[in-house]
Design a protein around this ligand. Sequence first.
Ligand code: ADP
Ligand code: MG
Length: 713
Amino acid sequence: MSKNNRIHAINSIAERLPDAPSASLPADASMASYGEDVFGEKEIRAFMPKSAAAKLLATVNDGKPLDPSIAADVAHAMKEWALSKGATHFTHWFQPLTGGTAEKHDSFIEPVGPARAILAFSGKNLIGGEADASSFPSGGLRSTFEARGYTAWDPTSPAFIKRHANGATLCIPTAFCSYTGEALDSKTPLLRSIQALTKALKRLMAHFGQPDAHVSVTLGAEQEYFLVDRGFYLQRPDLLQTGRTVFGAAPAKHQQLDDHYYGAIRPRILKFMTEVETQLWKLGIPAKTRHNEVAPAQFELAPIFEDLNLAVDHNMLIMEVLRRTAERNGFECLLHEKPFAGINGSGKHCNWSIAYGGRNLLEPGTNPKENAIFLTVLLAVIRAIDLHADLLRASTAGAGNDHRLGANEAPPAILSIFLGDELSAVMKAIETGTSWAARGRTKLKIGVDTLPPLPRDTTDRNRTSPFAFTGNKFEFRAPGASQNCAQNQMVLNTIVAESLDALSDKLDAMPGDFNANLQKLLQRLIRAHKRVLFAGDGYSPDWPKEAAARGLPNLPDTVSAIAPLKAPANQALFEKYGVLNRNEMVSRHEIALEAYERRVRIEGGVALEIARSMIRPVVADEFSKLATAISLAKKDGLKVGVTGLKALSLKLGAGLDDLHVKCERLDKALAKGATKEVIAAMGDLRRTVDALEYLVDDARWPLPKYREMLFIY
Ligand code: ADP
Ligand code: MG
């Protein structure tokens, strides 16, 4: 029997019986349980008085301001519904700036006398809550003496039930702010940005003579993740503490053969995915596609797009359900952007669009007017990305994503836009005012001509572009797998709102024929911002050089990427649109910087601990055994084997010395608290440890190897 835990883990995976279908969570083909754990329209109508229900639905469906007088009715109905679902507690569910979600459970119990209690939930309980929030990051927004944070009900995202082994909790989506109303969360600025975009879009639509209509910003977030057997995971202190492997030699086979991408899904994974979907469907989350990703042990789940605010909440829940279900199935779900060096990382593609009166504005229309609106909105987005690439880049910054952006499989840290062949030709035709080769000899007249149909699937899907037009939406591919989508969506909404307003301003100032003016305006916009359009290979080493020549920013690491949050012009922009005030911007910069530095230092500490206490003893032991063997062999006058033993001991000895030097260096960098030095020293140490991994007796190597974690499950 091997004493190595790694080998035990492999054996127990090998002995695992083929998975029987899960009895507790069968796949629900009937969809009868879809949304059953959500306080949705059906529940509102069933549990609330008619007139109050109508008022609440007007808020939920049409964005009408909430009538505060119905709070007690809503609270009562929610409580009755939650009790019928077996809930004993309620919580205000919010998204603090840690990047995760937070909840503080209160039971429904209300004492009404000695040894007597009732189950109660008041309008006050529903609308607002108070939490001792001193341990959530505030970036200086909340002084320590004012440690309270306040949660406020978001009626546009429905309450839901979260189940656990011994019961259930009613979760109420809320915003989280300080006593003075400054946002301490991701949801508040997101909601503000949706308002800003709505207002700017309505203003622009009026130029086109469009009647006032409901605006909806939509998001479909594709979530990538890795699954690793927990038997391995628990033996990797780096995965446990940082979410990524700080050591690990490249396996001979990783993803060269592309044989995992879209491959047949293994039964154990399929069982996991089915359980995930069943839970998501109960929560009313429209999980739609599931497949193997490029890297081994990497997968993707994509829901159908929804209203942005709801889609963000749902993505947070998706991440939670993935994690919980993985654990129950003997896996760990890794949402880190780069759990394995040299292997594809995980992103969260954010598919974004805007609809006006139910019509998707990024869908080329069927008549000249719709085409004109489409092109105008498209150019407003292009302008926004060109002018505010730094802000959008900042929204994707973080210690995890630093390993991904700019590496060879993720979109680069340079923001550029891919439009596809057809649309690029349209842009060219407008810009140059020349006849359009693809469509005979005619010139394209905005507002008069119809666009040719833009085939959605023949456009070459440039996977290397960070911001790609994919037929009827933009797909932003830079965000990392673990990040809250609200971060980047809030920025995208704000910069597009600014752009739409800039276009409205220009149109206001242009007298005369509207279509002719628009044509002129779009032409100018293309000329001014075409530098951000790029159809080439974003992974190519030439691209950063060309991008620099074009004047596009390239901010490769977190520290440089978040610096624009401090720029006065950027702060003025966010303040103008009421999304973040100066203090809120400064605090976000501070929080991001601190989180980054802390994470790097934790990684450094973990690397040092593993190298010293797990790797070094094994190498030292093997080396000393070799040294003994060599001296014994010499004493016995052995003619063979000594050369081999010597060669190996030389290599191991050199590795041991190296290990010592590099650990000392990392130790010093950590003591200094110098982030850049820690990163460099960690990389250096990694090279030594990974080289030793190839050398040391496999049976004694203490850390589960890449070839095991990525292939055995
Ligand atoms: P692919 O990326 O393979 O083209 P889809 O076209 O299905 O896949 O889109 C990927 C994601 O984009 C899905 O979550 C989908 O719901 C979402 N999506 C589709 N249309 C829109 C839209 N108008 N707004 C936002 N997201 C959208
Ligand atoms: Mg996609």
